[in-house]
Design a binder for this molecule. Structure first.
Ligand SMILES: *Cc1c(COP(=O)(O)O)cnc(C)c1O
Length: 487
């Protein structure tokens, strides 16, 4: 017999017994309760309320998911004695700067991923001084009227390069783009097939020419280009002859490019400017220090090239910037182009760049004042001594422990940053190994520190190259080694 309708109704209103899961989830703390507790523990108002709330919600969700999936009780997962310290350290970590100082033990001097050139204390100090206050960035203090922001470095750059005009923009890629846009828009740019390089980070000469609104006229072959190839490409649409420093690679064997002077003569004959993207662009002759004989910016200018572009943070050892030096009428065109406004250099960079450029006025002391140049020109004897000092710091800090293996061996450092790619800079490195501990795990730990140490691994040894380690960082490396022993 079917049930009576009234009875059915009554039954359906009877509260169902709660499932086990519901009972377990009922134990979850509410966000409001936790915010109250956060306040009691002093996390509020120390940290922003919305940040604390978001973090609590996401942690609660993780706990809830595990309660559901893994059949656990809330009290097994929500342990106040671990929950709150974890919340506090997560909040501290979130608010700490994520762009931070690292120790570069790789021996790659101009390490693009590690910020290229570290600045001297003088340059960094001037940046800090200008950044925190108003400045005469575009203000002539004599007349009280508006001035040009890079006036102070233009004069210095002319003095250092022998050029008649100069300007600076955000970086060298920007400088090349600006030069192409201002001087070759809609017209042809002649480039050797041996120089259609990719610098990295999607800066490729063929693409940058197109981006600049110009038409690429490739000439020659990959390994050899002759002057007659350039000459044959010239027509009434030719705007520029572009030379590109093959910064990060070398052609070896049956190769050849016309001399710069020949290219300049060809340009003059046809009234076409020759511009050169020098990449690193050294202002100092480095062959006296045993480094390769690359022409200085002054030498390139003297050979008659009309416009030269180079980076501020490669061999110049300064802040990120793109520097243009050359013929006044051409530089004027670049200055007036709308893209110049989009690529303009900021006051902090200018403040640092000025200090760095002034160091180059005295070629006898510049190497001691610019960290990048100092590192590149350290002698093998100095490097060996530094490796020994580093070992001494570590042994003094960690004590003699049979598990800690250290040795000093000859190795090679690199200039980096697409600078002098074939050059192997001889160095002495400190090799470190700890018995029964994987070097990969140790290397990973060093990266995870609040002051990370970036090292190379060679044959399962951690390798510290003293070339790129500041000597005042040795005690920190010693502390890090103690941490590795304690892992
Ligand atoms: C490095 C380099 C660039 C790019 O310079 P940034 O300052 O990094 O923008 C362009 N051309 C050459 C030849 C380079 O070596």
């Amino acid at each position: 017999m079917p049930k009576k309708p009234e009875l059915q109704k009554l039954e359906s209103h009877k509260p169902k017994p709660k499932s086990d899961l519901q009972l377990r989830l009922a134990e979850m703390p509410a966000v409001d309760e936790l915010l109250h507790e956060a306040s009691r523990r002093g996390l509020l108002p120390r940290f922003p309320r919305t940040l604390v709330g978001d973090l609590l919600r996401s942690r609660l969700k993780i706990i809830k998911d595990r309660v559901v999936r893994e059949n656990l009780q809330v009290k097994e997962l929500f342990l106040p004695e671990t929950f709150w310290p974890a919340i506090e350290s997560a909040l501290e970590e979130f608010l700490a700067p994520s762009l931070k100082v690292v120790i570069n033990a790789t021996g790659v001097v101009i390490h693009t991923n590690l910020g290229r050139s570290p600045l001297s204390a003088a340059a960094a100090g001037q940046i800090a001084a200008v950044a925190g206050r108003y400045s005469n960035l575009e203000y002539d203090l004599e007349t009280g009227s508006r001035s040009i922001r890079y006036a102070n470095v233009e004069d210095l750059l002319c003095r250092l390069s022998g050029a008649e005009a100069a300007m600076v923009v955000n970086n060298n890629a920007g400088a090349v783009l600006l030069a192409l846009s201002a001087l070759a828009d809609g017209r042809e740019v002649v480039v050797s097939r041996g120089e259609l390089v990719e610098i990295g980070g999607a800066f490729r000469i063929p693409e940058i020419v197109v981006q600049g609104g110009a038409i690429l006229r490739e000439v020659g072959a990959t390994n050899r280009t002759h002057l007659k190839d350039y000459e044959a490409a010239i027509n009434e649409e030719t705007a520029l002859l572009l030379k590109v420093h093959t910064s990060n690679y070398r052609l070896l064997g049956f190769t050849g490019q016309p001399e710069v002077r020949e290219l300049v003569a060809l340009g003059r004959k046809h009234k076409i400017p020759v511009i050169e993207d020098l990449g690193s662009g050294n202002l100092l002759d480095l062959k006296a220090y045993g480094l390769p004989d690359e022409p200085t910016v002054r030498e390139v200018m003297a050979s008659g090239v009309d416009l030269v572009t180079f980076s501020g943070d490669k061999l110049l050892g300064g802040p990120q910037a793109g520097i243009v030096v050359g013929r006044k009428d051409l530089v004027e065109k670049l200055k007036k182009h709308p893209l110049n406004r989009a690529l303009r250099i900021d006051k902090m960079t200018l403040a640092g760049l000025e200090v760095v450029l002034k160091c180059f006025l005295d070629p006898l002391t510049v190497v001691d004042k610019i960290p990048t140049l100092k590192m590149l020109t350290l002698t093998e004897a100095e490097l060996k001594k530094r490796a020994q000092n580093l070992r001494r710091s570590i042994v003094r800090h960690c004590g003699a422990d049979a598990g800690l293996q250290l040795k000093i061996e000859p190795e090679t450092s690199r200039a980096g940053g697409g600078t002098m790619p074939m050059v192997e800079l001889p160095t002495y490195c400190l090799f470190l190994r700890i018995t029964d501990k994987s070097s990969a795990a140790l290397e990973k730990y060093l990266r995870s520190r609040s002051l990370p140490v970036v090292v190379r691994i060679i044959d399962d040894w951690l390798v510290f190259d003293p070339r790129t380690i500041f000597t005042d960082e040795f005690p920190e490396i010693a502390r890090a080694c103690q941490e590795l022993m304690d892992l």
